[in-house]
Design a protein around this ligand. Structure first.
Ligand code: UD1
Length: 429
């Protein structure tokens, strides 16, 4: 299993190109199942999750052609995928495939909407608390689906097609909103989704669906209204920038000090996180093609932050902020309200010398003067990267074990950081 070796202490200086968002790419690829025509996606990041989803879609009969590089293309620019779900040969998503990536469960919506049936294994994915699918099932039922659970599989049927309905989510759910949206675009009549998630990745998918001929309004608000259409067409769509990758590198620079331009990204995608960084004493300057992050030797100020659905502070940056606050000049509090049990990074950060106490959903972080390198274990995607950024600021060598989590969500991590002066290498085994 690959490991990453980091020798901390260097400031980061230079430019980091930000990739297309993983959390938009996955549902966009899944949305290709809604049409017999080709969906062309640009700015697709090279990630293990994307490759895994290619396999899963391939199992349904989807053809994916990856455009080659042209001379003069930026080395870091994303790939272009031509995805054709002309012939869906199988409406079952088996356990062996779905259990490796939770988001692949979402194929249930387009398969059901277009084919009238789907049989999808209950999901797996990151080990961050129980992540149920009850609200996804509720949404499909509101659109007229008949649901059965059998042998670990959810079987959804709508022999006469789905029909529009009113879906009121009792809590904000990204997965629920994606599934409801993808099912509703081909349903007969009007669907209203209330308390919809407002994450930019939902908006990106809704924009793409509209280009495919869907009729979605209310994008960016908590009420989506969808007029069902009989069929969708192909289109070309560029995936929006990854706000979590952006925020992660911003925190890395805040932690090590230095001056880095995060390129091909947008401040409005992560304003709440940038506001927190400003409070820590980091300088954040939006530019024409990205965001410049810099911090000189000034002390990091502690902050109190609570994670919440967009536009509030994202749970996917919680672990990284905790790493940063472990070097603050004072005590910070971070409360996690989205996922229970999303604190597995705490004991690993402690191995580097961080002082963190846990009380229910709140972590109290007492800033220390320095962290020291140590062997650590990556536990989930965002936790893993929090260890990487802590290691960049720690004295001496850190070995991050089990880095396959990182490969699921961070494109060319070592390359992007080492080009800015970090000592970081992958040790393959
Ligand atoms: C997505 C993101 C993930 C991010 C999370 C929250 C992708 C691929 N993943 O995950 O990176 O951390 O949003 O921003 O986009 N819930 C239920 N019942 C359900 C569904 C969800 O109770 O049927 C709960 C979950 O347990 C959790 C909360 O709702 O406590 C939010 O989950 P959700 O927004 O659906 O997260 P994901 O879509 O799984």
């Amino acid at each position: 299993m690959d490991r990453i070796r980091i020798v901390g202490g260097n400031r980061l200086n230079g430019t980091i190109p930000i990739s297309g968002a993983k959390n938009a790419t996955l549902p966009l690829m899944i949305a290709s199942l809604l049409t017999a025509e080709t969906l062309i996606l640009e700015n697709v990041p090279r990630l293990a999750d994307v490759i895994q989803l290619q396999r899963i879609l391939g199992n349904h009969g989807v053809d994916i052609m990856i455009e080659g590089k042209r001379p003069g293309d930026e080395p870091a620019s994303g790939r272009t995928l031509h995805i054709s779900a002309k012939n869906i040969v199988d409406t079952t998503a088996p356990y062996e495939l779905v259990s490796t990536m939770r988001a692949s469960f979402w194929v249930i919506a387009p398969l059901l909407a277009r084919m009238g049936e789907a049989k999808v294994s209950m999901p797996g994915g990151c080990a961050i608390g129980t992540r149920p699918v009850d609200l996804l099932i509720m949404a499909l039922e509101k659109l007229g689906a008949e649901i059965e659970i059998e042998g670990g599989y959810i079987i959804a049927r709508a022999p006469n097609g789905l029909r529009g309905g009113e879906i009121i989510f009792p809590k904000v759910t990204v997965s629920g909103t994606h599934v409801a949206l993808m099912a509703a675009v081909l349903a007969k009549g009007t669907t209203v989704i209330d308390n919809a998630a407002r994450e930019p990745e939902i908006g990106d998918v809704a924009d793409c669906l509209n280009k495919m001929g869907a009729k979605v309004t209310g994008i960016g608000t908590s009420q989506l209204v969808i007029e069902g259409v009989a069929k969708l067409n192909g289109t070309r769509h560029a995936v929006l920038p990854d706000r979590i990758e952006t925020g992660t590198y911003a925190m890395a620079v805040a932690m090590t000090g230095g001056d880095v331009l995060l390129q091909n990204t947008r401040a409005d995608l992560l304003q709440s996180a940038l506001d927190v960084l400003v409070k820590t004493g980091t300088t954040v300057t939006p530019t024409n093609d990205g965001i410049r992050i810099s911090r000189n030797g000034a002390a990091l100020m502690p902050v109190d932050v609570t994670t919440a659905p967009y536009p509030e502070f994202p749970t996917d940056l919680q672990a990284q902020l905790m790493a940063l606050m472990s070097l603050a000049n004072g005590t910070s509090h971070i409360t996690e309200t989205i996922f229970e049990n999303r604190f597995m990074h705490v004991q690993e950060l402690a191995r580097l010398g961080a002082r963190i106490g846990l009380d229910g959903e709140t972590a109290t972080i007492e800033g220390v003067k320095r962290l020291r390198g140590a062997p650590v274990m990556a536990t989930d995607l965002r936790a893993s990267v929090s260890l990487v950024i802590a290691a960049l600021a720690a004295e001496g060598e850190t070995m991050v074990n089990r880095v396959y989590h990182l490969d699921r969500g961070f494109e060319k991590l070592e390359e992007k950081l080492s080009r800015c002066g970090a000592v970081i290498e992958r040790i393959s085994s």
